[in-house]
Write a protein that binds this ligand. Structure first.
Ligand code: NOJ
Length: 762
């Protein structure tokens, strides 16, 4: 059925719904709307960031938001985790205008006060239950402070590691992204649309295709065909809608020449009509006003178009409160357009129970008992253990607790590097550092070892860019106060007096995340210099990599004895990393993004097309085939890759039948054996390849995965059931089809290491 047909099917279902008696909610909102003035309705469509977003000031008489609140011109506030401030705002809202309670949003992305690994790291667990548990705890913590709407999950598929926001998503694969999206939604919202006081509305972002920003430059244009968008990017947004996501945030980018925040095809045709989404859509911050820069029209025009395209709430542009009334007077929009958007926002408030008790989300008791509790921090530690990817190990890991260790590197004592990006409400400076975690286990010495970057200007921007953007008059502390030579000399001396060096290097949070795109994704130069000096000592070097994106690590892969990619592991990061380094936990995470060999290979992703002139991944250069003169096609570490302290072999791949009727199913099975000496978890991956189709298809597509625990020396059989649904795709006419013919079915330990067999579908 193509998107148009789905639309018709849904329209039929809706007309049945229209004949059914009105629910209590509908009656309540009909009544409310009939009593609201036009200004009050438009006010509901307005969302502002909280006063004191950075400085934590309280609401004051002069505060712009407080003035709007008194006039009933705000539907919600976001960006504050301060219960007192939120309570004050709610009181003002209730005593003004139509007395409608505010909704309180917040960027709770990977935890609230207790912080979990960054989302990209969470995805490398390939464990939807872990993600759901993380979201559940985040919801509980956020809800206890009065927040009832979180701006998560971010489900943008990204194939280009230059984009700083790759850290906020679930990687490059739409199937895995979809499984994780559902887990986030259920964790935040529960399983129905009645919210307990520890459940909050999720906001799926950024709708849509924001992760396909050209050249990885944030906010850049997106050029994709509808077919490529539907096949390669849209699954997670769809899965979230099917899981009952309550709201979506429109993205900054354009698609097909129309900014996403006024893109009717994306918001209305696909999200609402084809997928049946019934909640509300909020713009990203100032996205409506930015449509003026996109070159569509003045604020009045872009606001009218956004509303009509299905965008309900305006975040921070003041386009709706500033212009919709005028547009209505001029006949550019109708009152029904405003009512429709207002109704959707009121419905969300109704479902949250705010009309019954606007303060139901505030609880000092729950705050004291549940926020940043020992239990939550223990969960953060447990999860962080499961989100570390062992990229290389020549046998040195795990380290014995008797080792004399030199802990060096500018990220060793950096709590923020553990906390990671987008952790606005976190106790960011309390996160357990790598140094703390390691030195609790072994006899260790410490040296900072190097600057972040040799270029002082770059270092200044990375360290203080955020303050420079937000804090007027911010005084920048001296950059590079101690010479790089002196720092390296100290580290080398400490390395020489130890058995092993743990080098803690990588990206500080401001080097990834929003507005942090990079053209060079290698390890920062000053830190590379440190690694080279450490290597020259002849001591074994274990590199603990803190990062929010894939980096190019060709030299490091050759030179280091082990590389453990810990991402930004959260509140309990240092402990969890030490657990893995010293063998208390066996690493099991696998990459969800390809690590290129060179930035010039980007975008690089495992589920690419074959081209008419394919060239084997590791083969040397050849003229007139699809390759580079100066680099092989292969990535350094492929999608799905990650090592363990034990080893696994795959054997006996088999299908329950070699042919499958369109309406049938087959089981693909494989035996996985733990051939090492300790128990371990293995993420078993199933890929398909549609050999001939009416449109070109990727060389591999993930369609199933299972994480299995296997004791040393034991084998397990892993089964996957396949139906035509798993073999379907959007064809050139955007019809969702499974075409008869042969499919390769592959199972293995990564997208690079698979065994395959053929299935005929008829
Ligand atoms: C802009 C970001 O793109 C979005 O992810 C975030 O939720 C909003 N700002 C609100 O902070």
């Amino acid at each position: 059925m193509n998107v148009r047909n789905i639309t018709f099917a849904l329209a039929a279902a809706l007309s049945i719904a229209a004949c059914t008696p009105k629910s209590g909610m509908d009656k309540y909102i009909d009544d409310l709307l009939s009593r609201m003035t036009l200004e009050q309705k438009i006010g509901q469509l307005n969302l502002h960031s909280a006063p004191g977003f950075i400085s934590a000031e309280k609401v004051t008489e002069e505060d712009e938001n407080a003035k709007l609140l008194r006039q009933g011109l705000l539907g919600g506030i976001y960006g504050s985790g301060d219960p007192e401030l939120l309570r004050q705002c709610q009181e003002i809202a209730l005593s003004s205008g139509a007395g409608i309670p505010l909704i309180f949003g917040m960027d709770v992305i990977h935890g609230h006060e207790t912080v979990f690994p960054v989302p990209l790291a969470l995805s490398t667990s390939w464990n939807p239950e872990l993600v759901e548990r993380m979201a559940r705890i985040s919801a509980k913590e956020a809800a206890a402070t009065g927040i009832n709407w979180v701006f998560s999950p971010m489900v943008d598929i990204c194939r280009d590691a230059r984009w700083g926001r790759i850290v906020e998503g679930g990687g490059e694969d739409p199937y895995l992204g979809g499984e994780l999206a559902k887990a986030y939604i259920h964790g935040y919202q529960g399983y129905d649309d009645k919210y307990d006081t520890d459940e909050v509305l999720a906001c799926v972002k950024h709708y849509a295709l924001y992760g396909a920003a050209l050249a990885g430059r944030d906010y850049n244009s997106v050029f994709l065909s509808r077919q490529e968008a539907m096949n390669g990017y849209m699954d997670p947004y769809k899965a979230a809608a099917e899981a009952g996501a309550a709201s979506y945030m429109s993205s900054f980018n354009e698609f097909e020449g129309i900014p996403a925040s006024m893109n009717e095809w994306l918001m209305d045709d696909v999200l609402r009509k084809a997928w049946g989404f019934g909640g509300f859509i909020v713009s990203d911050a100032t996205a409506i006003a930015e449509e003026v820069n996109h070159g569509i029209g003045d604020l009045q025009e872009v606001s009218a178009r956004s509303l009509q395209a299905g965008l309900d709430m305006d975040m921070n542009s003041d386009g709706y409160i500033g212009t919709l009334k005028k547009s209505l007077e001029k006949g550019r929009i109708t009152e029904a357009d405003i009512d429709r958007a207002c109704r959707r926002i009121l419905e969300a408030k109704y479902k949250l129970g705010l009309f019954e008790d606007p303060f139901r989300y505030f609880s000092k008791d729950r705050y004291a008992a549940e926020v940043y509790s020992e239990e939550n921090r223990a969960a953060a530690r447990e999860m962080a253990r499961e989100c570390q990817v062992l990229l290389k190990n020549n046998g040195i890991l795990p380290l014995p607790a008797s080792a004399r260790v030199a802990v060096v590197g500018p990220l060793a004592k950096n709590a923020m590097a553990m906390t990671g990006t987008w952790a606005l409400s976190s106790r960011r400076n309390e996160s357990i550092t790598l140094w703390q975690g390691i030195s609790e286990v072994v006899d260790a010495s410490y040296a900072e070892g190097s600057w972040l970057f040799k270029d002082a200007h770059l270092e200044e921007n990375v360290r203080y860019g955020l303050y420079k953007a937000f804090v007027p008059g911010f005084q920048i502390p001296p950059i590079h106060p101690v010479s790089q030579e002196a720092m390296i000399a100290e580290a080398v001396a400490k390395a020489r007096r130890s058995d092993v060096v743990i080098a803690c290097v990588g990206e500080v949070p401001n080097l990834n995340g929003e507005g942090s795109s990079r053209v060079d994704i290698s390890l920062p130069d000053a830190q590379q210099e440190l690694l080279k000096a450490l290597k020259a000592t002849g001591k074994p070097v274990v590199m603990v990599l803190v990062t929010g994106r894939p980096l190019t690590l060709v030299w490091e892969d050759k030179a280091m004895d082990a590389i453990l990619n810990v991402w930004s592991p959260g509140t309990e990061g240092g402990h969890a990393v030490a657990d893995v380094l010293f063998g208390k936990a066996n690493p099991s995470a696998k990459l969800t993004t390809t690590f290129p060999r060179s930035v010039g290979q980007l975008p690089l992703y495992y589920n690419h097309k074959n081209t008419g002139r394919p060239h084997p991944d590791t083969a040397d250069y050849k003229k007139f085939v699809s390759c580079y003169i100066d680099e092989i096609n292969a990535p350094l570490y492929p999608f799905g890759y990650g090592l363990s302290y034990t080893s696994f072999t795959y054997s006996d791949l088999r299908l329950s039948a070699s042919e499958m009727p369109m309406d049938g199913s087959v089981t693909a099975s494989v035996t996985v054996t733990n051939t090492g000496s300790c128990a371990g978890d293995e993420i078993v991956q199933l890929y398909i390849h549609d050999i001939y189709a009416t449109s070109t298809r990727p060389v591999k597509e993930l369609k199933g995965f299972q994480k299995v625990h296997i004791a040393a020396g034991q084998s397990v059989q892993v089964d996957f059931t396949l139906t035509a649904e798993d073999l379907s795709f959007y064809n050139h006419d955007l019809e969702w089809v499974c075409e008869p013919g042969d499919f390769e079915i592959m199972i293995g330990s990564s997208s690079r290491d698979v065994q395959g067999t053929t299935l005929r579908v008829q």
